[in-house]
Write a new protein. Sequence first.
Length: 361
Amino acid sequence: MNKYLIIALSILSFVVIAALLLVFDMIDYAKMPAGVDKTVKILTVGKRESFNVTIANLSEAGIIKDPIRFKLLALIKRYDTKIKAGEYALSSLMPPAVILDMMVRGKTYLHKVTIPEGYNLRQIAAVISGAGFGTEEDFIKKTTDPSFVSNKGIEAKSLEGYIYPDTYYFPKDESVEDIVSAMVERLWAVFKPEWKERANELGFSIHQIITLASIIEKETGDKHERELISSVFYNRLKKGMRLETDPTVIYGIKKFDGNITRKHLSTKTPYNTYQIEGLPPGPIASPGYDSIKASLYPAETPYIFFVSKNDGTHYFSANFKEHNRAVNKYQRSKDKEPLSEINSETESDALQNNQKIQPLT
């Protein structure tokens, strides 16, 4: 056999064996975690960051070992140019193949944002800003932008009431606009088609339903009471009575200090339901599922009054006399009188004159 052929075959054999060894080594490396530390670390990959910088950061954080082999693995998979920017939650327990897969798919770390039921726009703005997504001013500006609100199919001056209270997860670089859009879309996903039909049956627009639901939300934290609260409002509306609900008054007060006064109740604002007829012009907070449902399906009751029992629940009354007794029992004390005095007029007089009588709360 020609000696040159022997040399060539020997070299070829060496290359094949080396290649096979490399393949097996890469297979083992791809599956082998860098360590046993369970600590999750957040690694940020910049938008214009080179792959070499990313590898160096991974190595420095102790998430990978042997940066050269990690880069070779990425080159073999052709992942080196497909890494997506963002935050990644990684640990040394993750095999290199998993780490690369996460970065190529863009499975970034998501920040949890929880919007409680009954929060208004300013409270929600503080939550969003506190989670690291823009400023409170950014949020308020976006949610009160007439063009943006209109593009969401909402006939209102702002998105008050339309930011659905729920738990959301967003990547670090999510824009305020995208966050707001996701929260409004969540509301429409929850608001069933049959609910729209029900609103029409009741003679209410969706905006009015959300407005009523927001008042119900602010009046009680007990979900079992919401249909009862709703029935009181419906009954009062049918009788031509003012809603007379404190949360709407509070919403209309600039820089409310936590103390509602007789002056507040007697000062006319668009949201003071002691002074205006019917519903206020818009929602006062973001209602949750149960409150929206209650606004569409009120309980059938004769109630037109309710008063706090100071335990998170309310006492409901069908007439003025019974309500007066409940107020005396639960609200009046020798040291303090309610903000609105119960006068000597009869219930029929109150209905006829539509004058202010004892607050609902």
